[in-house]
Design a protein around this ligand. Structure first.
Ligand code: AHG
Ligand code: MN
Ligand code: MN
Ligand code: MN
Length: 320
């Protein structure tokens, strides 16, 4: 049986990434090594979350662990973290060719009540690691070589794309290994769920307001969509990826660029969505086409099932 084969032929995340990289004759295992250091950071946070660390401590602790793991991998030259105002340029002696942008602990307002939180990361290749500058980090999301997130929930799940589809791995705590449990994730073409902070509705722009109105009062005879909103992007996007539907953090009058950060929230999640057959849109363009001008830049975001995002694009086009 196929199910039994899975149980005994363990596809660890390291084995998976090695397999993927072996299809590229020029690959020398650098991405595998880099990812194994990210995985170590995720295991550390998973274990700290289970011990019930306080919010502030956990934020700072997770960031420190990721920065140190990434630097010591010897495969990075520059790091951008949500927790650090400035980018970190790695000591020349330890430099490798990758740039990693990450949110070490996303959904931090949910820590103290035990609701799912996560880590998000996006990886770029830097042409000239010896002379890397901030400019090199400000690339469009479509240039990413890999992206993923780890969700610390009822189980610990790591979802990864190296540009060849999306795969989900679940941490087996007794093995200490992430094992492939969700091979080749594809998002349903259309979904029955929308996910947004409706408390901001009074400040929404017209296309967003119209879309949400259509979710609740469809005029084409279809059923209304259900609302789900956790307030942890990782958890809301994870559900969207598996069940379909749309996650939105739109612009509003108070926050004309929305809330979520381009480099380590919008881009990695958009990369995963596209790789799973969905779409991601900023209200103006394909999210992965955006070229950020500063490392902590924000952007409105609409991502999820292909048809649902298509509808949102239609509403923005009609307004323009
Ligand atoms: P962070 O905890 O890294 O600062 O990010 C929180 C983000 C994201 O996880 C979530 O989608 C969003 O904030 C929720 O914001 P609202 O509380 O405004 O809905
Ligand atoms: Mn975040
Ligand atoms: Mn964060
Ligand atoms: Mn934060």
């Amino acid at each position: 049986h196929e199910a039994d084969a899975y149980r005994t032929d363990l596809m660890t995340i390291t084995r998976y990434v090695l397999n993927e990289q072996s299809r590229n004759p020029e690959a020398r295992g650098d991405l595998t090594i880099l990812l194994s250091h990210i995985v170590l950071g995720c295991k550390f946070v998973a274990s700290a979350v289970n011990k019930g660390e306080e919010q502030k401590k956990l934020d700072v602790l997770s960031n420190e662990v990721f920065v140190k793991a990434l630097v010591s991998s010897g495969r990075t030259c520059v790091l951008v973290s949500e927790e650090d105002e400035e980018a970190t340029f790695v000591d020349p002696a330890l430099r490798g060719k990758y740039c990693v942008c990450f949110d070490p602990l996303d959904g931090s307002s949910n820590i103290d009540c035990g609701v799912s939180i996560g880590t998000i990361f996006g990886i770029y290749m830097i042409k000239d690691k010896e002379n890397v500058t901030l400019e090199d980090v400000l690339q469009p999301g479509k240039n990413m070589v890999a992206a993923g997130y780890c969700m610390y929930g009822s189980s610990c799940t790591l979802v990864l794309s190296t540009g060849n589809g999306v795969n989900g791995f679940t941490l087996d705590p007794s093995l200490g290994e992430f094992i492939l449990t969700h091979p080749d994730i594809k998002i349903p073409e259309k979904g029955k769920i929308y996910s947004v902070n409706e408390g901001n509705a009074k400040n929404w722009d017209e296309p967003t307001a119209k879309f949400v109105e259509k979710c609740k009062f469809p005029k084409d005879g279809s059923s209304p969509k259900s609302l789900r909103y956790i307030g942890s992007m990782v958890a809301d996007v994870h559900r969207t990826l598996l069940y379909g539907g749309v996650f939105l953090y739109p612009a509003d009058k108070k926050s004309p660029n929305g809330k979520l950060r381009v480099l380590y929230e919008v881009f990695p999640m958009s990369f995963l969505m596209e790789q799973a057959g969905g779409q991601s849109f900023t209200g103006k363009e394909r999210a992965l086409d955006l070229v950020p001008t500063k490392i902590h830049e924000r952007s409105p975001i609409f991502l999820g099932s292909f048809d649902d995002v298509e509808e949102i694009k239609g509403l923005y086009a009609a307004q323009a």
